[in-house]
Design a protein around this ligand. Sequence first.
Ligand SMILES: *[C@@H]1O[C@H](CO)[C@@H](O)[C@H](O)[C@H]1NC(C)=O
Ligand SMILES: *[C@@H]1O[C@H](CO)[C@@H](O)[C@H](O)[C@H]1NC(C)=O
Ligand SMILES: *[C@@H]1O[C@H](CO)[C@@H](O)[C@H](O)[C@H]1NC(C)=O
Length: 784
Amino acid sequence: MALSFSFFLPFFSAIVPLLLGLVSSSSVAETKTFIVQVQNEAKPSIFPTHRHWYESSLASISAKSSSSEDPSRIIHTYDTVFQGFSAKLSPLEVRKLQSLSHVVSVIPEQVRYVQTTRSPEFLGLKTPDSAGLLKETDFGSDLVIGVIDTGIWPERQSFNDRDLGPVPPKWKGQCVAGEDFPASSCNRKLIGARYFSKGYEATNGKMNDSTEYRSPRDSDGHGTHTASIAAGRYVFPASLLGYAKGMAAGMAPKARLAIYKVCWAGGCFDSDILAAFDAAVADGVDVASLSVGSVVVPYFLDVIAIGAFGASTAGVFVSASAGNGGPGGLTVTNVAPWLTTVGAGTIDRSFPADVKLGNGKIIAGTSIYGGPGITPGQMYPIVYAGSESGSDGYSSSLCLEGSLDPNFVKNKIVVCDRGINARAAKGEVVKKAGGIGMIIANGVFDGEGLVADCHVLPATAVGATGGDVIRKYISESSKSHSIPTATIIFKGTKLGIRAPMVASFSARGPNPESPEILKPDVIAPGLNILAAWPDKVGPSGVASDTRTTEFNILSGTSMACPHVSGLAALLKAAHPDWSPAAIRSALMTTAYTVDNRGNTMLDESTGNVSSVFDYGSGHVHPEKAMDPGLIYDINTYDYVDFLCNSNYTTQNIKVITRKGADCSGAKRAGHAGNLNYPSFSAVFQQYGKQKMSTHFIRTVTNVGDANSVYKATLKPPKGMAVTVKPDTLYFRRVGQKLNFLLRVQARAVKLSPGSSSVKSGHLVWSDGKHTVTSPLVVTMQQPL
Ligand SMILES: *[C@@H]1O[C@H](CO)[C@@H](O)[C@H](O)[C@H]1NC(C)=O
Ligand SMILES: *[C@@H]1O[C@H](CO)[C@@H](O)[C@H](O)[C@H]1NC(C)=O
Ligand SMILES: *[C@@H]1O[C@H](CO)[C@@H](O)[C@H](O)[C@H]1NC(C)=O
C-alpha cells in the first residue's frame, strides 16, 4: 500500500485527509461540495420522492449517525438538465458514494467568476422607427432570455414594461421575493427572478447581509449590465457622466428577461449554477446567457458544459463568454461544441483622453472621467509611481493600496503600471495619497489594448508604446534636473473610428479541450459598452465611489456574450423551428472578418491583422444571420458521436447526456472534427510523415429559397490542397438536406519538436443571394 502511494504522488494530498478521517473519531474531515449524478430511474418505490432517496443514500454512507433533527446536508436537488443533488462530502464519503450502483458520477465543484449606446447601431440594428430587424411590432416579445449572473436592479428604465403584452402563456417561472426585492419587482419585461446562494454559503459561510442582498437584487452591477445588453428597452437620452450620449437599447428590446442570480461576493459556485440551469429550463427560457467562466476541464467534469447540454437538448440556446485571458493563445474557455462561445470586439466609438507632455509630445489615451480636477491648458508635475523616489518598487509601480508616499505624489499626475490589479482601484489609491491625476500605462504584456474606465479622479490609460515614451521622458527629465510636466486632455466621445478589432483581452483559440472544434465561435461588441447600472455601486466599482448613475460603461467578453444572447432571441422569434445549433450556424456563417475600412480586422493588442483563432468565424452580422440560406444543424445524437470520437468513455458520456452511449457506430463513422459544425479545424501530427490528409463530412439544410443552386468557392490554406465534393448543391425544396465532403491534404513542413504551424482558409457556398462562409484552419504539430 505504502508503495503505491508513493507512485501516485499527485493523489497524495487527497489521500492524507482520507487517512485522517479513518484514524480520528470524527469523520467530518475536510468536506467540499460535490455534485452527485444519480440514475433516477433506479429509485426504489419505498421512497416517496427522489430527495428522500438521496437523503437516505447520504445517511447510509455517512459515518455520523444521522438523526431526524439533523438539518439536511443536501444543498440543491436537480431534475431538469441533470439528475441528482449537491452536498458537502468528505473524501471517504465521495469514495463510498462512487461505489453505489445508482450513482453515475461525483463531480467536484468549481468556482467561477464574472468576466467583466451605440452597439445596436454599430451592429446594424436601427432605432425603432427605421427599417430593419426591429421594425415588426412586438418582434421577439414571446421570447424569454434567462440571464445567469449577479442579479438585477429592477427599477432601471431599461427594464420598464411599457407597451409590452401579457407574459407569454408558456412561462412557468416565478418572481422570488427576498431582501429589498418584493415580488412586485417583476413586471411584463422582467418576468422572472430567482436567486441561488446555498452552494455559495455552504463553502463561504453565511453571506454578509449588510453588503449583499439575499434576493435577486444586484449588489455588484455586472448582472444588471449584461441583462440590459441582451434585452434592455429603448432609453433616451442615455449616457454616463456625459459620455456615450444617445439612445441606449439592448439587442432584443421586446424580449422578456428572467434573472437567475448565482454570483455573489465570493464568486459563482457550480452547485448554484447547475440549479439555475435546472430552473431556467423548467421555467421555459428560450435563451440562456452566461457571462461567467473558469479554467477548461473535460466536459464530464464541467458543470456549465453539463447544464448547457441539458438546456440545448431542451431547445434552449446557450451563449457563454469566451473569457478575458487574451491576447495569448489557448486561453478560450466555455468551449463545449453545444455552447456558443463569444469573444469580444471593439466598436466604432472611443473616448479619447490624450496625455500632453512638457516636451510637447502627445500620447493617445482613453478615459471616461467626468468631473472636476484638471484645468485645461495647465501643466502639472508628473511622476512615475515605480521610480526610485517612490516608496517600494513593484507594488508602488502598480499603485497598490498603501504603496504611495504622499510627499512624492501630492498635487502631481501619477503614472501607474497596468499590471493585473483593478484599474479604477489604482485611481482611488492615487487620490487618497493626494495625487491630482493618473495615467495607467500598459506594459509589454498588455500591448496596445485600452479599456475606458470611469475613474474617481482625472485619469487616462495609454498603450505600451506610449507608456514607454512617458516613463522615458520622466526619467530623462530627472537626470537633467528639470521638472517633468504633463496634462490630460479629455476629448469626450468620438464616433466612426476604425472597427471592429479583436479586443486585446478577448480569449483566443486554439480550443484546449477539442482542437477539432474552432473556438471562439464568433465575436460581438465587448469594449466600452454602455448599459444599465444599479444604485449603491459607483460607476468605478471602488468602495468609496458614491456616485449614482443610470448607466455604466464596462468591457469584457461578459459584455459580448449577452449581445449574442439577444440576437439569438431575435433569430428564434423569426425562425421558431430553428434548433440552438441552427441559430449558431446562422450567426457563424454570416459573420464578417473585415472592418469598417474594408480591411481584415486588426488585433487591438498588436495593431496587426487578426486570425481565426482570435475571432472564430468572425464578427456577428444580425441582419444577414436572419437569412443565412443554408444551416449546419446538429442534434443530440451528433453530439454523442462527437463525444465518442473524442474518446470519452461511455460512463463519461453518460454524465453529460444522461443516456448510455453505444460508440461502435460513431467510431466507424469518423473523427471528432466530423461533427456537423459550421467551421472546420484539422489537426495533423507530423510523425515523420510526408503527406497527411483528412476529410470532413457535412450536411447543410436549405432554409433559403426552394429551387436554389449553391456553388462552392474554396480558399485553401497556403500550401495545401483542398477539394469539396460535390462542388454544386441543387436544392429543390426548403428544408432539404444535402451532404458534401471536404478533403484537406497537406505536406509536412519544417518544424522544431513541440512546435506547430497554423494556416487558414475558407469555404463559401453561394447561390448568388446568400453567402455561407466557413473558416478552415489547419494545424500541423511536430511531436516532441
Ligand atoms: C459586513 O460588511 C460590512 C461593510 O463592509 C463590514 O463592516 C462588516 O464587518 C461585515 N461583517 C462581517 C461579519 O464580515
Ligand atoms: C506585427 O507585424 C509586424 C510586421 O509583420 C511584425 O514584425 C511583428 O512581430 C508583429 N507583432 C506581433 C506582436 O505579432
Ligand atoms: C482517439 O483514439 C484514437 C485511437 O487511439 C486516435 O487515433 C484518435 O486520434 C483519438 N482521438 C482524439 C480526439 O483524441
